[in-house]
Design a protein around this ligand. Structure first.
Ligand code: CA
Ligand code: CA
Length: 123
């Protein structure tokens, strides 16, 4: 996964060990305010998906991927306070779907589980 910092283009390389199997530009000219904050399998289909955050509005968006194709894209939450940072992701509850961990500058951590749907943090 790579991002062109001038154009905003998002590229992906599918690897087989150290050999590039397939390379593709996923999306050209994604606004630079949208930043990739994580990669994980959100819908449990075995393909990694992309999580985005808008640096100014706080919006959180997900791209569900099928290899090098964007299967669907949706804004999950609008206007999440910028004090909330996405700390990471992983399958916290073992249901095969990636979960999100968010935190503020305090030590509080919150996990957003994908079992049913993501839910936004309380503002
Ligand atoms: Ca997936
Ligand atoms: Ca999970």
């Amino acid at each position: 996964m790579s991002r062109n910092k001038q154009t905003g283009d998002v590229s992906v390389w599918l690897m087989n060990g150290t050999v590039v199997k397939e390379a593709a530009v996923l999306w050209a000219g994604v606004p630079l305010a949208w930043q990739i904050v994580g990669v994980g399998d959100f819908d449990g289909d075995g393909n990694a998906d992309l999580m985005w955050r808008h640096a100014q509005t706080g919006d959180v968006s997900a791209w569900l991927m099928n290899g090098t194709m964007v299967k669907s894209a949706a804004v999950l939450w609008s206007g999440v306070p910028l004090a909330w940072q996405i700390a990471g992701m992983g399958d916290l509850d073992g249901d095969g779907k990636a979960d999100l961990v968010g935190c503020t500058s305090t030590t509080m951590l919150v996990s957003f589980r994908s079992r049913n749907s993501f839910s936004p943090p309380a503002s």
